[in-house]
Design a protein around this ligand. Structure first.
Ligand SMILES: [Zn+2]
Length: 178
């Protein structure tokens, strides 16, 4: 049988061109992208006895750029959060130290006042960073989709098993709505 038919059930088939010859897993593009080589040169073709020159550049030139465009989602950073408790504990400790050193009751009382403040506000301030948790959750979702992503060189777009196709320019959007 000479007719080679690609099964549409194949996860590697590009939903846009329905072919798999130009499809590559995004993870392997990105991992190989760092060591991409660029090859370019000139070519000459004789047309009607006349030499025509043209420049040739290998597709691997853009591999690094492609790897950059298909880069995995970035992990959200918690950053430095002075969540209040740390700050107030330091202040309270400082006042008690001064109070102890100078034997001043006023400073000790002030220190104790800050401790009370910590107890009152601490429970509220020490709650888990919900914004960060949500960002982390979103990140893991995106990463999971990214790991399942395929790229089609012919169509310059990505897709997953779900047969959805998105142009490479919309990768970020593609990841966020999955
Ligand atoms: Zn395609």
């Amino acid at each position: 049988m000479e007719n080679y038919v690609i099964s549409t059930g194949n996860t590697f088939v590009c939903p846009s061109c329905k072919q798999l010859d130009q499809v590559q897993k995004v993870t392997s593009i990105v991992s190989s992208g760092t060591s991409a080589m660029s090859t370019s040169g000139s070519t000459s073709v004789r047309v009607d006895g006349e030499m025509r020159y043209g420049s040739v550049s290998q597709t691997s030139v853009s591999t690094t750029a492609l790897a950059y465009r298909l880069a995995p989602p970035t992990e959200p950073s918690r950053g430095f959060t002075c969540n209040g408790v740390t700050l107030w504990t330091s202040i309270a400790g400082l006042f008690i130290c001064i109070g102890g050193a100078s034997a001043s009751v006023a400073f000790i009382i002030l220190g104790l006042f800050f401790f009370v403040l910590i107890i009152v506000t601490g429970s509220r301030l020490d709650k888990p960073d919900l914004k960060f948790e949500a960002a982390m959750h979103e990140y893991h979702k995106r990463l999971a989709t990214w790991n399942e992503m395929f790229y089609c060189y012919r169509c310059d777009g990505v897709f997953t098993k779900g047969s959805r196709f998105a142009p490479v320019a919309n990768v970020a959007e593609f990841l966020s709505r999955s």
